[in-house]
Ligand binder design. Structure first.
Ligand code: HSE
Length: 441
């Protein structure tokens, strides 16, 4: 039998634990597929004395993940520490400089430093694989890098964060409060160590930056993404969306426009009967529009120990079999600079929720502000929350704010934002207007 492929795994949290279990339970199948045994030679984690489902017997323990990364006792460094800088970056750099192949699930690290790390991998004649960094178990990196390499991609978008999709689904199906569902997602191991990365849209943005780079051949440009999270989405929005024939999803969208590449992360209304609306719970999806292939939709588990470990293992097996693709499809020096499209020019329809003081002239003033900016309204509904009685407004008191839902015709981001700022300033609403884009699919 050939020599084993020796792994050094840094980070034994949800994904690291899942990977150890997979290696233990699938040993025979893995060695058949790899053509050699897969062995865990060394591990490193924050706490050594911790109860773990898998025993660490036979594996060398390293307090310092950077030392593990460069150790002559390993062939492949598997980075599951997380974080865009600091230890994870130092360890990956050390591994590449020592000529080790690297497998990482670290989207934050790659979104920030991907091009530079890819260059390092090329310089030292090794490889950097990151299938698990985007959409957990969905094989989207390989799909873009390999299966669709012959296409010009027009647009790539999707539901890229399991925690947010889980929260929005439960808020809709079970009418539960945001905070309550978030706690559940954390307990199930879906959420990041700091869940504001999930709900604030940054985790989606990290993943989108990688998809954009692979789809359009540009350097990852995380800091050029317009990011909005789901913190502002209320039960009132979820109910209104349902009544209007939509569902609210947190989307990451990247597309080519005349002025450059548009990258945005935000909650969006998607038609209730679209395939993407059906993607519920922790499930992710990635839609890719290619000129040759047409439209693809990949759907699958986007987070959790086992699906993410499955993606990490596919990268390890590629290395065992001798595959060494360019991390971002083309040599790092051929990645193009990213040119950002002007989001103000984004064209689309919008959902707006206003808490309007119930007094004469308020609606006329609001419609006037929309008209000044040439925003045309498709519908206006004065809406009581479900369960409220006819004849009284949201809080049941005359003169108190009442929810009004507007749907606009297609307009620009610039125009709708300017109109809503003016409406807020006029004082006919009790809070900042809520705005959600209606995404054409
Ligand atoms: N926190 C992430 C999610 C994990 O909820 O999708 C996978 O990146």
């Amino acid at each position: 039998m050939s020599q084993p492929l020796r792994l050094g795994i840094a980070g034994l949290g949800t994904v690291g634990g899942g990977l150890l279990r997979l290696i233990e339970t699938h040993a025979t199948r893995l060695s058949e597929t790899a053509g050699r045994p897969i062995a865990v030679a060394g591990v490193s984690a924050r706490t050594r004395a911790k109860a773990r489902a898998t025993k660490l017997e036979g594996m060398s323990w390293f307090d310092d993940p950077v030392a593990l990364a460069a150790s002559p006792s390993i062939d492949v460094f598997v980075e599951l520490i997380g974080g865009g800088d600091g230890t994870a970056k130092a360890a990956v750099e050390a591994a590449l400089a020592a000529g080790k192949a690297v497998v990482t699930a670290n989207k934050a690290l790659l979104a920030r430093h991907g091009a530079e790390l890819a260059r390092l991998a090329e310089r030292y004649g090794t490889t950097l694989n990151f299938e698990a960094a985007v959409a957990g178990g969905i094989p989207v990196i390989k799909t873009l890098r390999e299966a669709l390499a012959g296409n010009r991609i027009r647009r790539v978008y999707g539901i890229l964060n399991g925690t947010c999709n889980y929260i929005l689904t439960k808020m809709q199906d079970e009418h539960r409060a945001f905070a309550d569902v978030l706690k559940e997602a954390q307990a199930k191991g879906y959420a990041e160590a700091d869940p504001t990365f999930d709900i604030g849209g940054f985790d989606t943005a990290h993943k989108l930056a990688l998809l954009t780079s692979l789809a359009f051949g540009t350097r990852p440009a995380f800091d050029q993404i317009d990011v909005e999270g789901i913190e502002g989405i209320t039960q009132a929005d979820i109910e209104a969306a349902e009544d209007l024939g939509y569902r609210i999803k947190l989307l990451g969208v990247a597309l080519k426009t005349e002025s450059g590449i548009e990258q945005r992360v935000h909650p969006a209304m998607v038609p209730q009967h679209s395939a993407i609306a059906e993607v519920s719970g922790v499930t992710n999806c990635v839609a890719i529009d290619g000129d040759s292939v047409g439209n693809l939709l990949l759907v699958g588990p986007g987070a959790g120990a086992s699906p993410t470990a499955s993606a990490v293992m596919s990268d390890i097996l590629d290395i065992a079999r001798g595959g060494a693709p360019y991390p971002f499809c083309v040599p790092a020096d051929r990645l193009q600079p990213y040119t950002r499209a002007t989001l103000g020019r984004h064209q689309g329809a919008y959902y707006v929720r206003l808490a309007v003081y119930d007094r004469p002239g308020a609606m006329a003033a609001i419609a006037g502000r929309m008209g000044e900016r040439h925003v045309s309204l498709e519908s206006i509904v004065q809406r009581r929350p479900r369960g409220a009685q006819i004849g009284i407004n949201a809080r049941g008191q005359p003169g108190e704010p009442t929810p009004v839902i507007l749907i606009t015709h297609e307009t620009t981001e610039e125009a709708i934002r300017a109109a809503l700022d003016a409406i807020h300033r006029d004082g006919n609403v009790s809070e900042k207007p809520q705005m959600v884009r209606i995404e054409p699919l």
